[in-house]
Every structure is written in C-alpha cells, then in structure tokens.
Design a binder for this molecule. Sequence first.
Ligand SMILES: Cc1cc2nc3c(=O)[nH]c(=O)nc-3n(C[C@H](O)[C@H](O)[C@H](O)COP(=O)(O)O)c2cc1C
Length: 206
Amino acid sequence: MSSSKPTEPIIVAVTGASGAPYALRLIKQLASVGITQHILLSDAARVVLKQEVNLELPDAPIATTASLAEHLTIDPASIHCYSSKDWFSPAASGSANISRMVIIPCSMGTLARIACGASDNLIERAADVMMKERRQLILVPRETPLSPIHLENMLKLARLGVDMIPAMPGFYHRPQSIDEIIDFVVDRVLNHLHLPNPVSKQWGDA
Ligand SMILES: Cc1cc2nc3c(=O)[nH]c(=O)nc-3n(C[C@H](O)[C@H](O)[C@H](O)COP(=O)(O)O)c2cc1C
C-alpha cells in the first residue's frame, strides 16, 4: 500500500446496499476536516437514498453535487460528483494519484464485480485502479445472511489487501440514538483513514 497524507482527496463511492446514512455521515465528516471528495453513486444507491433518507438526487453531476451539499450543509466546493460512465474523471485513472477510496455501503453485487475484475461502471473501475496501483481500498459491505459466494468474494478481496469494514455496529458503547450507531461504523472507516472523528467514543469510554 502507498502512504498518503491525511488531507489528500478521497474517493467515496455509494452503492445500493442498505446503509445510505453511513455514506452521508462519512461525507459530512470528511468535509468537516477539509478533505476534497470525489463522490461516485451507483444507480441503485440513488434508489436506496430515496428509500432510506428520502433524498432524491438529480441525474446531472453538477446538480447532484449541489443537491448533496445542500442536504448535508457542507461546502459544495469540497465535493465533486460524477456520472457512472465518466471515464475521464480522476477516479478512473491511476495517473490522477488518488490514494484512498471507500465504498460505503458496498452491495454484494459491486463487491462481486470488483472481486472478479469487472469494471463496467466508474465505481468498479475506480476500485480496480486502487487495487492495481496498490492503494488503499476500504469496503463497507452490507448484507445478511451472507452466502458462501459473498464470503468467498470478501475473503478474496481481504487477501488482496482490501480493508473490509462490514456495517456491523457494536453495542458495548451503549448507543442512545441511531446517530451513535451510525457513528460506530463510520468511526472505523475514519480510523482506517487515520482521520479523527470529533464525536467518536473510544474503547473504554463510558
Ligand atoms: C432498499 C434496498 C435495500 C437493499 N439492500 C441491499 C443490501 O443490504 N445489500 C445488498 O447487497 N444489496 C441490497 N440491495 C440490492 C441492490 O441495490 C442491488 O443488488 C443492486 O443491483 C446493486 O447495484 P450496485 O452494486 O450497482 O449499487 C438493496 C436494494 C434496495 C432497493
């Protein structure tokens, strides 16, 4: 894996697994520490965003960026959204030198296509780039129960150096709200990116 500076841009991809609030929370937290984000949304992610948080995003990338920034009350200059076939975007090429990517939440479909090297959309292509360039790729898979195919794909990717952070919140910190449950998972991602979460509780905190 290549080393990266904490403030370098990050690719945040959102797929159609359940867990859209995790993605929104991560994007908000990264924006709050001044990190530029390249945001990739699958078609299914848009369906799930509408279902889970009642957020309907427009198709055009510039309008998507504005709408997402408004929803999250973050600076629109800190995020850049792209269409799913924008092969000229920075995420599509190793030469853009983006060293970190998170797929949150990651569907079993996207996970399977990454595991077999298919790159039919920008999310899969960007993940392919991360792996071929030996850069940091974090997946936050979500499904239950998991079939042998899901487990084999996860094992394959984990053995290739992909960080597997399943959306499996713990309860030993006694969460009092859904936000605290969401933060539990997002904290793990931020830890792996070596970034702070100002609201996180550490192991041993009451
Ligand atoms: C409300 C909703 C929840 C879903 N939850 C999951 C899930 O948790 N995990 C999963 O793998 N797929 C889930 N799916 C199915 C995926 O969206 C579907 O397989 C889709 O093709 C994934 O496409 P993508 O990988 O390009 O985002 C869900 C779909 C909907 C509409």
